[in-house]
Design a protein around this ligand. Structure first.
Ligand code: C5P
Length: 206
């Protein structure tokens, strides 16, 4: 069983994916972390972000077992990740690793931008999780404030829109809903309600 979850930044797909993986005892891969880990390795090594051959070599070294969102969550890493994510050779390397993860038993949940369209086009259940840019920026803002940090809503909003443009506008594997994906708009829906909807769809596919 493979469950594909795609959507823009901060739409709630990560939380939904973890919730589904826990409920069904499936393995979960946040594919954004593979792009982030590649970007961080380049930044740490002082290597350029615009050399496709260098970035591809780094992508091939990413260890899926060692991905940790706590280390990879910084804003600069996310920005760098979305820059190297436009490179076809980087995507090919990471998609290979993601596909081999997807085959794990008894089932997997992968979340990202191109899971239903490119990584696992044959996944029996696909969700496209979205929410308005305002709601997504507000969620990011609240997360930072709740964690005791200082946040600037206007800057976060601009950042969300910039990331959307980059992810939806790239030529290779742009972010878009697969034709057979269930749309979950979480603008006015709690993640719990989204989970309940997703669960009833998964249960009929099992
Ligand atoms: O989801 P997250 O913000 O961690 O992803 C970081 C960046 O990695 C995204 O902005 C996107 O450009 C890229 N990405 C991608 N394809 C995926 C997952 C993430 O291009 N499947």
């Amino acid at each position: 069983m493979i469950i594909a979850i795609d959507g823009p930044a901060a739409a709630g797909k990560g939380t939904l994916a973890r919730r589904i993986a826990d409920a069904y005892g499936f393995h979960h891969l946040d594919t954004g972390l593979t792009y982030r880990a590649t970007a961080k390795a380049l930044l740490d090594a002082g290597l350029p972000l615009d050399d496709e051959t260098v970035a591809e070599a780094m992508a091939r070294k990413v260890d899926l077992a060692g991905l940790d969102r706590a280390i990879l969550s910084q804003h600069e890493i996310g920005e760098a990740a979305s820059k190297i994510a436009v490179m076809p050779a980087v995507r090919r390397a990471l998609v290979e690793a993601q596909r081999s993860f997807a085959g794990k038993e008894p089932g997997t949940v992968l979340d990202g931008r191109d899971i239903g369209t490119v990584v696992c086009p044959n996944a029996p259940v696909k969700f496209y999780v979205t929410a308005s840019a305002e709601v997504r920026a507000k969620r990011r803002y609240d997360e930072i404030v709740e964690a005791g940090g200082r946040a600037d809503y206007a800057a976060i909003f601009e950042d969300v829109k910039r990331r959307d443009e980059r992810d939806m506008g790239r030529t290779d594997s742009p972010l878009r809903p697969s034709e057979d994906a269930y749309l979950l708009d979480t603008s006015e829906m709690s993640i719990e309600a989204a989970f309940q909807t997703a669960k009833s769809i998964i249960d009929t596919a099992l």
